[in-house]
Design a protein around this ligand. Structure first.
Ligand code: UTP
Length: 284
């Protein structure tokens, strides 16, 4: 069973400057809810309620979001505004939250390694909250947790990207097991299109088996002199221990301006526009 979910959230978010100069990228709101809350809601939808955050300097707003604000809550008690806090209160009641700091930004792999004390010696999920995933039926993380039950190995969520975009992603290659699953044989971090083994790109949803930590400790820094999770997964892939999953749903790269605007439009139309067809709460 997977119970833990790690949120690496120490990055500088330079693509979103100046908004991210003193505010974490993960606190950017899509309509009225911060990205990190969508991420934690997705984790809970998959049954994961032990939440770990890897934060850094300037990220205290994340901790404050998953805590009560006595003064504010007293102020709005008994008004219709209270309902706006129902969802975040439910998360605070349901989950445990643990935090650790990445002191130097040495890459996503290094951030995940920094989270080792929070994840214990069991398989865990990783969510990059700036990738917002929406779905009609089961959340992307729920889909992956269900797969883990059967396959008991690391799983990365992938989607096809245009060939000229491979240099922005980790790219996988391998043998198709069925229409949605690939047994990964190799993974490359941000290859140029000419050398990309495919156009199947890893997005910000992972399930990792705990041996990933020993690999992360052992491998040398890769691209950009950063410790790359792609390189560590490539080691597991050589043992046949990584699956790539073409998830059902839609993903928005909210770390980019275009993706952020597209996500905002999508969520507004879905949940808030006049006449919107309100989904059930689980679907949000
Ligand atoms: P990104 O590549 O999106 O980097 O990191 P970033 O700093 O967040 O944003 P830009 O590119 O400068 O605009 C992917 C994920 O890995 C985390 C980030 O917080 C983000 O969730 N990360 C990255 C860390 O936690 N630590 C790192 O050293 C690097």
């Amino acid at each position: 069973m997977i119970r833990k979910c790690l949120f690496p959230a120490a990055g500088y978010g330079t693509r979103f400057l100046p908004a991210t100069k003193s505010m974490p990228k993960e606190m950017l709101p899509i309509v009225n809810k911060p990205l990190i809350q969508y991420g934690v809601e997705e984790a809970v939808s998959a049954g994961l309620d032990q939440i770990g955050f890897v934060t850094g300097r300037g990220k205290r707003a994340l901790e404050d979001h998953f805590d009560t604000n006595v003064e504010l809550e007293h102020q709005i008690a008994g008004t219709d505004k209270e309902a706006l806090l129902t969802d975040i209160r439910a998360l605070i009641d349901r989950c445990t939250f643990a935090y650790t700091r990445q002191v130097e930004m040495k890459g996503l792999g290094h951030a995940i390694l920094t989270g080792e004390p929070l994840m214990g010696g069991e398989a865990f999920a990783v969510v990059l909250a700036d990738d917002l995933c929406v779905h009609t039926d089961e959340s992307v993380l729920s889909q992956m947790v269900a797969l883990y039950r059967t396959h008991q190995c690391s799983i990365v969520a992938v989607e096809e990207v245009p060939l000229d975009k491979t240099a922005s992603y980790g790219i996988v290659s391998g043998e198709a097991l069925d229409e949605s699953l690939v047994r990964v044989s190799a993974m490359v971090e941000k290859p140029e299109p000419e050398v990309a083994p495919s156009n199947l790109a890893v997005i910000g949803r992972y399930i990792l088996t705990p041996d990933i930590f020993d690999i992360l400790k052992r491998i040398p820094p890769g691209r950009n002199n950063e410790v790359q999770i792609t390189d560590a997964l490539n080691e597991q892939a050589k043992q046949g221990a990584v699956l790539a999953y073409r998830f059902k749903g839609q993903r928005f790269d909210c770390g980019s301006i275009e993706g952020f605007v597209a996500a905002t439009e999508h969520i507004f139309r879905r949940d808030y526009a006049p006449g919107a067809n309100y989904p059930t709460k689980q679907d949000r």
